[in-house]
Design a protein around this ligand. Structure first.
Ligand code: GLU
Length: 306
C-alpha cells in the first residue's frame, strides 16, 4: 500500500514539474527530475459527479445562473494540487474538484462552469461585484471577511506554515524569523499574521504565491508563508530544493465564498458539500489531488450552519 502511494506521488510530481518548466515560471529544476515513469497506472481516479436536475432555489444568484445555463466560479491557478492551470489551460486540484461537485449538486455540469482565476487580494471585491457566483480558492473563513462576503463550509482545515530552502537549518518555526525576509501575498491571512511585531520578520508582499516561491529559489527571500496545504504542493514540485517546516501556527478553515446575505445559496452549497462528504466523492477527490502532495487525509471539519 505504501509503495503504491509513493509511486503515485512521484508520477504526479513528474507531471507538475514538467508543467512548471514548460511555463517558464521556474528555474533550477535539474535536481528534481522525475524518478519514475509518469505512467499513472496506480493514480487514484477522479470521481465524476452526478448533475442534479430541476434544482429550485430562492437564491437570486442561483436563479440567474440557472437561467443562463452557466455558473462562474473563482479559483486559483498557481497552487499545485489545489487550484492549478497547466499550459493547456486545464484546471486541476482539490479546490477545482470541490467547485465541480458543488456545481453538480446545483445543476451544472463541468462544461457549464466558467472558471475565473482570482487571486487572494481581490476576492472580496470580485465576489461582491458579482463577477463570480462562487469562489473556491483556499479561502479562510473569518469574521473580518464575513462582513463583506458569505461563506459555506468549512470543507477543509489548513494552518499557516513556512516553506524554506531544503538546506536551511536556521528557520525551524515562526519563532526563528527575526530579521528574516518572509514572502507572502497581499490579502492573505498568513501575511497579516507574520507582520505581527512579535515575529520580527521583514515581509515581502507580492500578488501570487508562485512569485514568492520563485524568490525563495532565487535566494531573494528566506521563507514563504501561507497555508501548509499550499506549501506542501510547492515542496512536492521541488523535493530536492524546498521543504515545509511543519509547524503550523494558525488555523485556516476553508470556505466557499459567495455574495453576502444570499442565505439560500449558502444553504444549498452547504447541503452540496455535505452530500459529497457523505457519498465518498470528497475523499476520492482528495486522494486524487491534494493527497498526492503528501498532505495526509483527515475527515473534513464540521460545517457551520448559521
Ligand atoms: N487561506 C489563507 C487566506 O485565505 C491563505 C491562502 C490564500 O491566500 O488563498 O488568506
Amino acid at each position: 500500500m505504501k509503495l503504491r502511494k509513493s509511486a503515485t506521488a512521484v508520477a504526479a510530481v513528474a507531471v507538475l514539474a514538467l508543467t512548471a518548466t514548460a511555463c517558464g515560471g521556474d528555474s533550477g529544476t535539474a535536481g528534481d527530475k522525475p524518478k519514475g515513469g509518469a505512467g499513472g497506472k496506480d493514480q487514484p481516479k477522479l470521481p465524476t459527479y452526478s448533475v442534479a436536475k430541476d434544482v429550485k432555489s430562492d437564491s437570486p444568484t442561483l436563479k440567474a445562473a440557472t437561467k443562463a445555463g452557466k455558473i462562474a466560479i473563482g479559483v486559483k491557478n498557481d497552487q499545485p494540487y489545489l487550484g492549478f492551470q497547466d499550459t493547456d489551460n486545464k484546471r486541476s486540484g482539490f479546490d477545482v474538484e470541490i467547485a465541480k461537485m458543488v456545481a453538480a449538486s446545483l445543476g451544472f455540469s463541468p462544461s457549464q462552469i466558467t472558471f475565473k482565476t482570482i487571486d487572494s487580494g481581490v476576492r472580496e471585491t470580485t465576489i461582491s461585484k458579482g463577477d463570480v457566483d462562487l469562489y473556491v480558492g483556499t479561502y479562510t473563513i473569518n469574521p473580518e471577511r464575513k462582513k463583506q462576503v458569505g461563506f459555506a463550509g468549512p470543507y477543509f482545515m489548513a494552518g499557516a506554515d513556512l516553506l524554506v530552502r531544503k538546506d536551511d537549518k536556521a528557520i525551524t518555526g515562526p519563532d526563528s524569523l527575526k530579521g528574516k525576509k518572509v514572502c507572502s501575498i497581499v490579502g492573505s491571512t498568513p501575511l497579516q499574521e507574520i507582520k505581527k511585531p512579535k515575529y520580527g520578520a521583514k515581509t515581502v508582499e507580492l500578488s501570487k504565491y508562485s512569485e514568492c516561491v520563485q524568490q525563495l529559489l532565487n535566494n531573494e527571500v528566506d521563507a514563504v508563508t501561507t497555508d501548509d496545504a499550499i506549501l506542501k504542493g510547492y515542496a512536492a514540485q521541488r523535493p530536492t530544493k524546498l521543504k515545509v517546516v511543519g509547524k503550523p501556527f494558525t488555523k485556516e478553515p476553508y470556505g466557499i465564498g459567495m455574495k453576502k446575505d444570499d442565505k439560500a445559496l449558502q444553504e444549498a452549497v452547504s447541503d452540496a458539500v455535505e452530500e459529497h462528504e457523505k457519498n465518498g466523492d470528497y475523499k476520492k477527490a482528495y486522494d486524487a489531488t491534494l493527497g498526492l502532495s503528501g498532505s495526509g487525509y483527515s475527515a473534513p471539519p464540521a460545517l457551520e450552519r448559521d
